[in-house]
Each structure stands twice: as C-alpha cells, then as structure tokens.
Design a protein around this ligand. Structure first.
Ligand SMILES: Nc1ncnc2c1ncn2[C@@H]1O[C@H](COP(=O)(O)OP(=O)(O)O)[C@@H](O)[C@H]1O
Ligand SMILES: [Mg+2]
Length: 362
C-alpha cells in the first residue's frame, strides 16, 4: 500500500484462514528513493508528463514494490512458497469517480511485481467497483467490518492518511456499514510543513500546537462544497492540494502567521472528521484512529475534545497497530479476490452490486 502522503510503501505479511480468521505477522515501510519520490510528487501535483516517463515510472514503482516485498520476506526468513498472494494497491495518480467516464488511476505494474517475487499478485482493486457505478473508494471499510466490528457496540474507524476516511460499524449486523472520505487528512498539513519548516511532516503536531486556530480562516476552509456533498463520496489530492490551500489563503486576504495556519488546518481536519462522526452515529460508541495521522497527538487531542461523548483511541486497542491497517486491508481484499469473494460494500461505494475486485496476475 502506498497512499496519497507518498511517505513510502507499506508491506504487511498476514495469515488469513478460510474461516476469515486474521493474524498479523510482520510489516515495514519502505521509503521511496529520493528521485522516484520527486517524480511521483511532480506527476501528482503537476498532472502532466510525457508518456515515456509515465510508462517508466509505472515499471520503476512495480520494481520497487516487488523488491520491498522480497526484502521483508527475507528479513522474516520466508520464501515466495510461503505466500499465497500479494494484494498491491499501487500509487494513485488521479481519482475521478464521477462524470461520464469515471476512473481511478493507480500505477506500479503488477506484472513486474509477480515476476520479481514469483508470487500471484492481485491489483487494480478500484476499477471494477467504479465500472458498476461505485466510487471505487473507500475499500477498507469491508476489512474494518470483518476485523473490528462488535455486536452491541457501535464503533468508528478513522483512517487518517493523506486523505481521511471513516467507517461506521453499527452495533447490529443487520444494519449497513457506512464509510466515506471526510476530506483532508495529512495532505495539507504535510504540504504546509514542508513549505515552512522544510520537513516532511509536523512531528506529533508540535508546530500546529504552537499556533492558534484562526476562526475566520477556518470558516473559509470549511466553505468547501465537498464537506456538504451527500454520501457516497470519495476524494483525493486532486481536490485537497496546494492550489486548494493557496486559493483559500488568497480569499482570506491578510497574511496569517504560518503556525496559525497549521493550527487552523489541524482544526479543519479534526472538525470535518468529528462532524461526520456526530452526523452518522447514534450512540456513545468508541472511535479508533489508524493511518499516519494516529501519531499526531495534537490532532487526536482536537478530535477527542470535539467528540465529548466518545472515547478516541487508536486501533492498537483493537489489536492492530495503526500503521498497518490499510496494508493489511489489501492483503484481506486480495484473499477475497482469489477466493472469488466480493470485496466492495455497496452501502459504502454506491456500486450497483457487490463485485469481485481486482485483476489477478498469476
Ligand atoms: N509522528 C508523526 N507526527 C505527525 N504526523 C505523522 C507522524 N508520523 C506520520 N505522520 C503523518 O502520517 C503520514 C503518513 O500516513 P499514511 O497513513 O502512511 O498516509 P497514506 O496512506 O496517505 O500514505 C505522514 O505523511 C505524516 O503526515
Ligand atoms: Mg503511507
């Protein structure tokens, strides 16, 4: 898995029994080499490139994913024979699930991954759901349901990657799971931190904590149609990016202190998540955070203080470290695919019917 934050490739090894029993074995994040990181960053932000570059980056990323998997197997003295399949999400370049020709574009050629590892690889998870009228996202809620749901307890799983998505797991299995992208996660926080501090991210939210939320700026940030859009919905860095923030700051007209902007962005992330949780939950159930945002203490504090009736913790409390939930979800989805089981939740993606996700590269 490598998400919109472009922080690296998360590789997780799990066991999955036909009964559905899941066990985490090991995981590691493999950062992108500087050159590839720059190229991907440029592709995603500039959104244009020459076709030879695009073809080459697709292969370069496939090679890196394949080698990363082999390295993790080596570290844990496992061989390709020990592994039934790989689920590879790839790197999203563009996500456009609405309109006449909806699509979601991921790269990291799975032919190359299968060849380098000698392991059957499942990839292209989002396309079939989109073909049947769905958003193609988020796909992790089905895994959240399988692993984290509990009878008699309403639970909310919040994945804070570059973008944030929530899964609302009802207490009763008769009720449908709700899941959607709430809006920005770390993407805007990372961009602003890199611009002003030259760092990849604001460690534990310390810089944001040193600033003060600017209420006028916050209301400009919140004046974004995506927040009001009905579900099912999904978004990406096509919307919440440098241009989005620059436009909003231009609207504000004054020049706010950079630390105050960071504090306001944290409030935007926390508020958009908390309001959606309040709107879609009924009880005082618990909230479990995963994704890199789970390390941002200040962000978690803000979410907790906005959700007074709920306890906010991380998926560590449910037995799976927050860094590895999404990668494990794609192992789980691959397992579904090779066993010819459907992987999308129509109540989440809006697809017309459940489908077997992914293409299998033997
Ligand atoms: N200690 C930390 N403090 C604050 N933010 C962190 C910390 N560790 C990771 N992050 C954030 O998490 C992001 C990576 O999260 P991840 O879940 O991998 O996102 P994605 O799925 O988009 O790749 C980083 O870009 C960073 O913003
Ligand atoms: Mg990541």
């Amino acid at each position: 898995m490598s998400g919109t934050s472009l922080d690296g490739i998360d590789v997780a090894i799990t066991t999955l029994e036909p009964s559905g029993a899941f066990q985490f074995i090991a995981a590691q994040t493999f950062p992108f080499p500087e050159q590839l990181h720059q190229k991907l960053q440029l592709l995603i932000t500039d959104q244009h490139c020459n076709l030879q570059d695009l073809g080459e980056i697709d292969i370069a990323l496939g090679q890196l994913i394949g080698k990363s998997i082999n390295q993790l197997l080596n570290t844990h003295q496992l061989s390709s024979n020990d592994i039934e399949a790989i689920g590879s999400h790839g790197q999203t370049l563009f996500h456009s699930p609405s309109g006449e020709f909806p699509f979601s574009l991921q790269i990291g050629d799975a032919n190359v991954i299968a060849e380098i590892t000698g392991i059957t690889t499942v990839a292209d998870f989002r396309q079939r759901d989109i073909a049947t009228g769905g958003q193609g996202a988020p796909l992790v809620p089905a895994f959240h349901q399988a692993l984290f749901s509990a009878e008699n307890e309403e639970r909310v799983i919040v994945n804070i990657g570059g973008i944030s998505n929530i899964t609302l797991l009802p207490a009763s299995s008769n009720k449908a799971v709700i899941g959607f992208d709430t809006g920005p996660g770390n993407a805007l926080l990372d961009y602003w931190t890199t611009l002003h501090l030259g760092k990849a991210y604001d460690e534990n939210g310390q810089w944001a904590k040193s600033g003060k939320c600017n209420e006028s700026l916050l209301s400009i940030f919140l004046n974004e149609p995506y927040f009001e859009q009905a579900i099912p919905k999904s978004t990406g860095r096509e919307l919440f990016n440098k241009a989005w923030l620059d436009n909003k700051l231009t609207e504000y007209a004054k020049k706010p202190d950079p630390a105050d902007v960071q504090a306001t962005l944290v409030e935007l992330t926390a508020l958009s998540i908390a309001e959606d949780i309040e709107n879609y939950t009924t009880s005082n159930g618990n909230v479990f955070i995963c994704g890199g945002g789970a390390h941002n203490d200040f962000l978690l504090d803000r979410i907790q203080s906005l959700l007074k009736n709920k306890k906010v913790s991380t998926t560590d409390d449910l037995g799976l470290h927050p860094d590895w939930v999404e990668a494990c979800a794609f192992a789980w989805l691959a397992h579904r695919s090779i066993n010819q089981q459907t992987g999308n939740l129509t109540s989440v993606t809006g697809a017309k019917h459940p489908v077997i996700l992914g293409a299998i590269y033997q």
